[in-house]
Design a protein around this ligand. Structure first.
Ligand code: AMP
Length: 454
């Protein structure tokens, strides 16, 4: 199917050609005809599926044919998003697609002066893309009214709830006119999200699910390295050094300080990188994102919240430097790569403290994540400072022998493995029972590297 078959107006088709879309993505193919019939829609889709165009294009088409004229300080479409980055990104899409029409779009979000935003709303807009807090602010200041709303879009609903926006959303809903078309998008549909969707959508709404929940896009290769917390930065650097094809890399950190630390370590190692998180100013975040998009920096380190707004094409690799607490977050993270049919790779670092998170992710994925190349771990071990190398462990072990209980001393002597080569065990052997592994020469070193033991 191509866009011509979707009954969109010429100015929209021209804009689609200009942005370079040759054919609709599955969600666009399914959602556009439903929305053009003025039905409500519940879309279950991850970022990267083309969901923005799936709702923006039919809304623009309907705005063009409805012929209603925007009133001052009013908007005809309201798109609610949880973060400023996402709001900017969606507003950009509306502007791109409406380039050859007279449709006017505005974008409002917190953390910046509201003066230019109020000015943009003065004569009314056709599409208002907003974050909930700033919208309520400007409504309270009577800079915008929702009484003319024809279309209401709640995007990234699960994230909205995660971020505690439920009360703001309910407040905004109470201000919307009863007669309107509703669009609800969420990557996951736990029961509280289903309840919210039902409270917004009209009874005959349609549901479209493009990628089943927890099924990652097929073109993403996933793997996990079991590595100690302290060795994660060494592993990241090593992987980046030996894989030049990792050219546009997004690294996820659980904390803001962690993100700063990772970025600093990489920069010191000569790998161009920047960190984005909530403590960075909007300008700094935009600058880092811009540099990443234009490939002036190779690595962008982000926290989950800051990353919500990231829409960068061709991300080659996603690193889960820290595993996320929720499997849903894992899905969102890895969905940043392998977009628009391109191949991507998601690499997770799992420290012993994160086993629980890994298990939850694997359960949700219904598969065990394959392990990364163990020879890289060996290389890192070799590069560790002398005192932390396994020989020292052996020395400590022999010292400890002095305190062995008489019972233990009676046991038959084990083969001396002191000078055995370390970590020579091939990958298939990794599947052996724990007991066997424990007795294997050098296995303690491997466990130590993984951070299983101090
Ligand atoms: P979204 O899921 O809306 O965030 O879109 C993800 C990416 O896919 C964005 O970079 C879009 O520009 C791109 N995209 C959306 N629709 C299409 C399409 N039909 N063909 C190619 N790329 C698309």
């Amino acid at each position: 199917m191509d866009f011509e078959k979707l009954a969109l107006k010429q100015p929209l088709l021209r804009a689609i050609r200009e942005v370079g879309y040759s054919k609709p993505t599955p969600i666009q193919e399914k959602a556009i005809p439903v929305l053009l019939q003025k039905k409500d829609l519940c879309g279950i889709a991850q970022t990267g599926t083309g969901k923005t165009a799936a709702f923006a294009l039919p809304i623009l088409e309907l705005l063009l044919i409805s012929g209603v004229i925007r009133a001052s300080k009013c908007c005809r479409t309201l798109v609610l998003l949880p973060t400023r980055e996402l709001a900017i990104q969606v507003a950009d899409c509306f502007e791109k697609y409406a380039k050859f029409t007279a449709i006017k779009t505005a974008c409002i979000f917190g953390g910046v002066s509201d003066i230019p935003q109020k000015r943009a709303l003065l004569h009314g807009v056709d599409v208002l893309v907003a974050t909930p807090g700033r919208l309520l602010d400007l409504i309270a200041q009577k800079s915008i009214s929702l009484k003319q709303i024809e279309f209401f879009v709640l995007d990234e609903a699960d994230r909205m709830l995660d971020m505690g926006f439920i009360h703001d959303i309910r407040k905004i809903l109470s201000m919307l006119p009863a007669h309107r078309q509703n669009l609800f998008f969420s990557a996951t549909m736990p029961s509280d999200i289903v309840d919210l969707a039902k409270s917004i959508l009209r009874k005959d709404y349609e549901t479209i699910e493009v990628v089943p929940t927890f099924t990652p896009v097929e073109c993403i290769t996933q793997k996990v390295f079991h590595v100690g917390k302290k060795q994660k930065s060494l592993l990241l650097k090593e992987l980046l050094f030996i894989h030049p094809e990792m050219n546009k890399v997004l690294v996820f950190s659980r904390t803001k300080h962690g993100a700063n630390r990772i970025s600093e370590t990489l920069s010191k190692a000569g790998i161009a990188s920047a960190a984005i998180h909530g403590n960075k100013s909007q300008t700094k975040r935009q600058e880092a994102l811009g540099n990443f998009k234009t490939e002036q920096i190779r690595v962008l380190v982000a926290t989950d919240i800051a990353a919500r707004g990231i829409d960068v094409d061709n991300v080659s690799h996603v690193f889960n430097y820290d595993l996320p607490e929720l499997p849903e977050t894992y899905m969102h993270r890895i969905g940043r790569t392998g977009r628009a049919g391109k191949e991507g790779e998601a690499i997770s670092f799992c420290s012993p403290e994160e086993r629980f998170e890994l298990k939850a992710i694997e359960k949700a994925l219904k598969m065990k994540l394959p392990e990364g190349d163990s020879s890289i771990l060996e290389k890192i071990l070799a590069a560790l400072p002398k005192e932390s190398k396994p020989e020292n462990y052996q020395q400590r072990k022999s010292k400890k022998k002095k305190f062995k209980s008489p019972k233990a001393q009676e046991k038959p002597k084990k083969e001396n493995t002191e000078n055995s080569p370390k970590l020579e065990v091939s990958a298939p052997e990794m599947g052996k029972s724990r007991k066997k592994r424990r007795n294997r020469p050098g296995s303690r070193a491997r466990r130590r590297l993984r951070g299983e033991i101090e």
